[in-house]
Design a binder for this molecule. Structure first.
Ligand code: NIG
Ligand code: FE
Length: 415
């Protein structure tokens, strides 16, 4: 995990998420954490020499926290995708196609495919990734996916949180009760392999509310936090369950109603919306954010990156859809993609650039964060900083020039 000292200079607009945006700003990171933010002309002289990056007047926001991905898979779902274009609805049945292809792939192939997706996410500003298993669906195959997630986590700069989603589908040919028992019996091994979360796809054609309750209760006893795929296809009662069990998040929520939204608001369970999945499912139902906002629920945004319903690694694209289709404001959408994504992972140190936070940031390819939404399909992010280290971008990794880094000690530096 990168961890360094860094000065980001000449920030046209710093959007810390913990307070109002700051114009003509600078940010100082020390040992991977935000040590100072403010007007560049007030930069403390005591900052001294450190590596620096020149934002050149661009906007800087916290790195994106993508709190819902299914990043580990092999194979394609293009036949299903084309069928959807002719009006065939999504019913979760395609998961079996991906399970078959994923079981056939070698662990090395899975690691490479996942690493490539994490790299694509990094290029679009994602600094934290939650990654679910769920395309193995046997004890060995699921644990192998956790091995792959661990290998990727060790190799990419992003922070990774692993989620065990053995309860993604009842594998073809398996009896339901037997498979639920198997998922539960796998929890200790999943925990031992570093999984922090357990998720269940609780929906028509997947797992029932009673099964989800059984699995998530057992998961909690093993120290795994709960998350729930809820109300994606049908409103079965998954949302009240997530609220009752105190899950960290309830995700998808395409069918959320006022009662469910109120339950999430009361329990503090973060509502994770995945508008690219809504788009790909072609249901054209975009009421979710409005319903949740009216109830006062906390909304996060995530990619749901997966081969069947949401093939994207791009949080900027998710934010664009959140504004243009879900009707969120730019501020709400960016907060959802950063601060509230972190909240969905119960991480108070991520998703903002307040002093003390982990110094994960994206230097936008624009002078204002609204342009990230308005400029559709553009490369939205120029440089990515993780733990105070520039890890990706169009510029030299760090600015070695002594006259520029010494400007860190000059209070008179200005744009
Ligand atoms: O989040 N809804 C369940 N799981 C995934 C899709 C899985 C698939 O179709 O491969 C989702 O949309
Ligand atoms: Fe999902």
């Amino acid at each position: 995990m990168p961890c360094g000292d860094l000065l980001i200079r000449r920030i046209g607009r710093l959007v810390p998420m913990t307070g109002p945006p700051i114009a003509d700003a600078a940010l100082v990171a020390r040992a991977g954490r935000v040590a100072w933010i403010g007007l560049e002309r007030e930069l403390p002289a005591a900052v001294g020499e450190m590596p620096s990056v020149d934002a050149g007047g661009a906007a800087v926001i916290p790195g994106f926290v993508d709190a819902h991905t299914h990043l580990v898979w092999a194979g394609s779902r293009r036949t299903e995708f084309e069928a959807r274009l002719t009006g065939v609805p999504y019913d979760g049945g395609g998961i079996a196609t991906t399970v078959a292809a994923t079981r056939q792939a070698s662990t090395e192939e899975l690691i490479e495919l996942t690493r490539e997706r994490a790299a694509a996410a990094l290029a679009t500003g994602t600094t934290t990734l939650e990654i679910k298993t769920g395309y193995g669906l046997t004890v060995e195959a699921e644990l192998r996916l956790l091995d792959a997630i661990n290998a990727v986590a060790a190799d990419v700069p992003q922070r990774v949180e692993a989620t065990y989603l053995g309860a993604h589908a009842v594998p073809p040919g398996r009896d339901r009760a037997g498979y639920v028992a198997e998922v539960i019996s796998t929890l200790p091994a999943a925990r031992a392999l570093g999984a922090r979360w357990c998720d269940v796809f609780c929906d028509r054609g997947a797992f029932t509310v009673a099964e989800a309750r059984q699995i998530l209760t057992a998961a909690a006893a093993q120290g795994l936090g709960g998350r729930l795929h809820a109300d994606q296809i049908e409103r079965l009662g998954a949302v009240p369950l997530a609220a009752e069990l105190g899950c960290a998040s309830a995700d998808h929520l395409d069918r959320i109603d006022e009662e469910g939204a109120a339950a999430l608001a009361r329990s503090g369970t973060v509502a994770v919306l995945v508008p690219t999945a809504t788009l790909t499912m072609r249901t054209q139902d975009w009421h979710q954010a409005r319903t949740l906002q009216a109830a006062g629920a906390t909304i996060a945004l995530a990619t749901d990156c997966n081969p069947g319903t949401s093939w994207t690694e791009s949080m900027p694209y998710v934010v664009q859809l959140a504004c243009l289709a879900l009707g969120m404001s730019v501020e709400e959408a960016l907060r959802g993609a950063t601060l509230h994504g972190a909240r969905a992972l119960r991480r108070a140190d991520l998703g903002h650039l307040g002093v003390g936070a982990v110094a994960d940031a994206a230097v936008l390819a624009a002078e204002h964060e609204v342009d990230l939404v308005a400029h559709l399909g553009a490369a939205a992010v120029r440089d990515v900083v993780i733990g105070g280290v520039v890890v990706s971008g169009s510029r030299p990794a760090q600015d070695p020039s002594p006259d520029q880094s010494s400007s860190a000690s000059s209070a008179s530096t200005s744009t």
